[in-house]
Design a binder for this molecule. Structure first.
Ligand code: ASP
Length: 583
């Protein structure tokens, strides 16, 4: 038996007991005649004491030689501590050690294994196993486990069953590139790693499985954005014989369960908002509704004067920044610089100070009088003391830019309270999205999403206007997940592929298996997937997902600990019939 108790377990009630503990040396203090060692394991820290008088001499000598992160096993008795530490759960006691076994020595760790470590991000990633010993990372992983368990508990109680689907598959388009795996036995052929189990879960519905879920890895070869991982985990779900309403209810229930069990927060029914409304009011399909600053469209009250920039713009739109009227000229100039950064991309910004005395002072006073500006204030909901920030240009672009400014101002003003949870369903997404570069439409969600009933005719005439029973769950401005009601009819699926630019042969080659299955009594079905990494991070009150992943990749998609990706040797390439042509 390596240990009788954990290092987080012993209390005053254990005093006089003989115990065996095992763990890592967090630190030791050597006073010459007395040595204290903090022994750490996953469960906590217990203080060990070795003293010249009471500890056998050889044990005392061995204790002197202990270094940080040495792994040891000790036997001894639980005694009352003279100087109690009320901050530690085990702070009332210490172990008077009688036996010490060195299980393994350790090199000096490259950073301190403390809550506030001296190690930078890179070094901690390289030695992730040491980082995991630290409370913040360890606690995040345990927190993630708790969330996963609650998900399984809730869904199982609702009759969902977890089914594993394969990782070596054929491409499933979810809007990213596939990671591919060469097949040795099938020369020149490749598997794709799933971007999601989408087609398999639909086939499970055809298989009569009715309520499926899976906590599952998905793989997407995307250009790396901050806080994206090439492999990530979804809570993937599908249900048969359901309408959108059923799905929203089940997963609203799941989300409420998680917030209640894990955060102790009881939420009301989640609000719903159409995609169109979200875009118009927040410039974003995942609005953070914990604060206002809603968009006011100003075309009608700003395009009647000689101000060419506004007159030629598709959209003139503004927000009222609370208390912003006191900004100095310099502060406003900085804000203008901020919106002009390439990441935001606005050409400029018009502003109006709403003075406390009811007058207005704007950067366009040459063109607009007080009555005009009063109307702007009305449309944007600006009150005395606010600053109206106005952007103009192409509708989609300007919405994205103003949305970025809205979020930035909310962050600066402390309006994004991490203790507040504001979920929101965004519904009625468009079925298709125009790719401005190629001029082609592609599926906004994925090609298996069905158009809303009665909208099929629009596909030929106004494809961009077709709406889908597709929905996203948004929490505090983050997309937690989304899904849709699917197509379950072969003809309809074929029509869809045609509209997405697949030839009949291409569609058959790639998705023949799905359309074939639809011919054998496919039930109406739909589902969704939540991103587990992000959900856990948000529930844990953080915005970065990396701490909640045991072995994450860095921003260039590398695992710097194992040094992957890596080259493979000639022999392996040959077996895979792969010739490299690197320049
Ligand atoms: N497969 C979709 C996704 O990964 C989710 C769904 O439609 O169920 O986003």
């Amino acid at each position: 038996m390596y240990r009788s108790h954990s290092c987080g377990e012993l209390r005053a009630s254990h005093i006089t007991q003989e115990v065996t503990l095992a763990g890592w040396v967090q630190k030791s203090r050597d006073k010459g005649f007395m040595i204290w060692v903090d022994l750490r394991d996953r469960y906590g820290i217990t203080q060990l004491i070795f003293d010249e008088e009471r500890t056998p001499k050889d044990v005392f000598e061995k204790a002197k030689a202990l270094g940080r992160e040495f792994v040891i096993q000790v036997k001894g008795s639980v005694i009352e501590r003279e100087a109690k530490n009320s901050k530690m759960p085990t702070g009332d006691i210490e172990i008077l050690v009688t036996e010490l076994t060195l299980l393994n020595a350790s090199l000096l760790p490259p950073f301190t294994i403390e809550d506030d470590t001296d190690g930078g991000e890179d070094i901690r990633m390289k030695y992730r196993y040491l980082d995991i010993r630290r409370n913040p990372v360890k606690n995040s992983l345990m927190f993630r486990h708790k969330v996963s368990m609650e998900v399984r508990k809730y869904l199982s109680a609702q009759d969902f069953i977890e089914v594993e689907t394969p990782y070596l598959i054929k491409s499933t388009p979810e809007g990213a590139r596939d990671f591919v795996v060469p097949s040795r036995m099938n020369e020149g052929q490749f598997y794709a790693l799933p971007q999601s189990p989408q087609t398999f879960k639909q086939l499970l519905m055809v298989g009569g499985m009715d309520k499926y879920f899976q906590i599952v890895k998905c793989f997407r070869d995307e250009d790396l954005r901050a806080d994206r991982q090439p492999e990530f985990t979804q809570i993937d779900c599908e249900m048969a014989f359901v309408e959108q309403e059923d799905i929203l209810n089940v997963f609203e229930g799941l989300t409420r369960h998680l917030l209640s069990e894990i955060k102790g927060i009881e939420l009301e029914k989640f609000p719903r908002m159409t995609y169109d409304h979200a875009m118009k009011t927040y410039g974003n399909d995942k609005p953070d509704i914990r604060f206002g600053m809603e968009f006011g469209e100003l075309n009608e009250v700003a395009q009647h004067k000689e101000f060419g920039i506004f007159n030629s713009a598709e959209l003139v739109v503004g927000i009222a920044v609370p208390g912003g009227a006191t900004y100095t000229r310099k502060e406003i100039d900085k804000l203008v610089d901020w919106v002009r950064r390439p990441q935001v991309g606005a050409l400029g910004m018009v502003y109006v100070k709403c003075n406390e005395d009811g007058t207005f002072k704007s950067s366009v006073d040459k063109f607009y009088d007080q009555d005009d500006l009063a109307k702007w204030a009305e449309v944007t909901g600006a009150k005395a003391g606010d600053l109206i920030c106005v952007l103009s240009g192409n509708t989609n672009k300007v919405r994205a830019q103003l949305s970025a400014l809205r979020m930035e101002m909310a962050t600066r003003l402390g309006l994004r309270n991490p203790a507040e949870f504001a979920p929101l369903w965004v519904i009625d997404f468009p079925l298709l999205e125009l790719d401005e570069e190629t001029g082609h439409y592609h599926a906004m969600h994925h090609p298996f999403t069905s158009p809303k009933p009665g909208q099929l005719e629009l596909l030929d005439t106004n494809p961009g206007d077709v709406k889908a029973n597709a929905y996203d769950l948004v929490l505090n401005g983050n997309e937690i997940g989304g899904g849709s009601i699917r197509i379950h009819d072969k003809e309809m699926q074929a029509t869809m592929f045609k509209h997405l630019g697949f030839t009949e042969e291409e569609a058959k080659a790639q998705f023949g298996f799905l359309m074939d299955a639809f011919q054998y009594g496919a039930p109406p079905h739909g589902g969704l997937a939540f991103g587990l990494d992000r959900l856990v991070a948000i529930l844990g009150g953080q915005e970065t997902i990396r701490d909640f992943i045991a072995f994450p990749k860095n921003n260039s998609g590398r695992d710097v600990m194992i040094d992957a990706p890596a080259t493979i040797d000639e022999q392996q390439l040959k077996e895979l019939s792969i010739k490299l042509d690197l320049h």
